[in-house]
Design a binder for this molecule. Structure first.
Ligand SMILES: Nc1ncnc2c1ncn2[C@@H]1O[C@H](COP(=O)(O)OP(=O)(O)OP(=O)(O)O)[C@@H](O)[C@H]1O
Length: 304
């Protein structure tokens, strides 16, 4: 179990990670989301002692990462897929890792197979596409069969097949009891794969909850209802403290549960054609939660 306790990093006057406390749980895929520059990579680097915290600490099963006897069996990371010797082949690169970290050589073949790099194993890494480099980075992270896997933007450069493969891999790793931590800008991907979401903005923890909790909490969740009498339904709902807005031929209703809405319609003899719960996309949630906590905002397209 990895624990972040009051983890803080300052560069000069700027606090880029600010009193972050959380526990990374085994058997769970955790999505780490945050706008550009919010401190995701810095947090990941502090977990594996690549960056030293200004305050606070990280413990990996009660120990500091730097004190672990076999760190590759505890945490495998993909932080920067380009940080490899491009003149090596994938096989040579993984073999070097196995020697340096005292990992059984059989893992090289296994990782080449798992990541779909078998056919390209003897090609120099400099001739790899971005997606292939990502696969190699993931192979490297998994070499030591670690209890925790931390991957910074692993979907970058992957094609549709690669994305599907990665989703499946994450589910498998979590089913094996590993903690999987994945940062991404591709919110649809996180939504498809994560059980738990952590959102950070300007280095601070903004949200830490399961996908289910997040869906329930959001203002973007509502029920959509279509009836034979839109005016009467709207009035009845409003009288019962619901917030109602007309949307197309139906009503967008907040502050009330679907079951309650259905019961009210029945009690007032209103015929319901459609009644459904609408969950927000993670993109909507993200925008809602990080509102005002974004360092870099697009200014739109310049007028000519
Ligand atoms: N070595 C460094 N020296 C000074 N500032 C740094 C250093 N490393 C990171 N920063 C700053 O810390 C902040 C957080 O950076 P970080 O890379 O952790 O963010 P991120 O959430 O991973 O961003 P992105 O999504 O763009 O990759 C940024 O403002 C960045 O410029």
């Amino acid at each position: 179990m990895i624990k972040l306790d009051n983890l803080t990093k300052k560069y000069g006057d700027k606090t880029v990670v600010n009193q972050l406390s959380l526990t990374l749980k085994p058997g769970v895929v955790t999505g780490l989301l945050g706008p550009n520059g919010s401190g995701k990579s810095t947090t990941m680097k502090m977990i594996i002692s690549l960056v030293h915290p200004t305050f606070g600490n990280v413990t990996v099963g009660e120990k500091k990462y730097s004190d672990l006897l076999k760190p590759t069996a505890k945490i495998g990371t993909l932080i920067d897929p380009s940080a490899v010797d491009n003149n090596l082949t994938a096989r040579q690169h993984l073999s070097l890792i196995s020697t340096a970290a005292n990992i059984n050589k059989s893992r090289v073949d296994k990782m080449l197979k798992i990541t779909g790099l078998e056919m390209a194993q003897n090609k120099k890494i400099k001739d790899y596409s971005l997606g292939m480099k990502q696969r190699l980075g993931i192979a490297t992270a998994l070499m030591g069969n670690p209890e925790t896997v931390i991957l910074d933007e692993p979907f970058n450069g992957l094609d549709v097949d690669g994305i599907k493969w990665l989703r499946k891999l994450f589910n498998q790793l979590a089913a094996e009891g590993k903690a999987v931590i994945v940062s991404s800008h591709l919110m649809s991907e996180i939504q498809a794969v994560a059980d738990r979401i952590i959102i950070i903005g300007q280095g601070k923890l903004l949200a830490d909850m399961t996908m289910e909790e997040m869906n329930k909490k959001s203002l973007s969740s509502y029920i959509y209802v279509k009836t034979n009498n839109i005016d009467k339904m709207s009035r009845v709902l409003t009288e019962n403290q619901a917030m109602v807005q007309q949307l197309n031929q139906g009503l967008e209703v907040r502050n009330i549960e679907a079951r309650e809405g259905g019961q009210l319609a029945y009690d007032h003899h209103i015929v319901v054609y459609e009644l459904k719960e609408v969950q927000p996309t993670l993109e909507e949630l993200f925008t809602e939660i990080t509102y005002g906590k974004v360092d870099y905002v697009s200014q739109g397209v310049e007028n000519k």
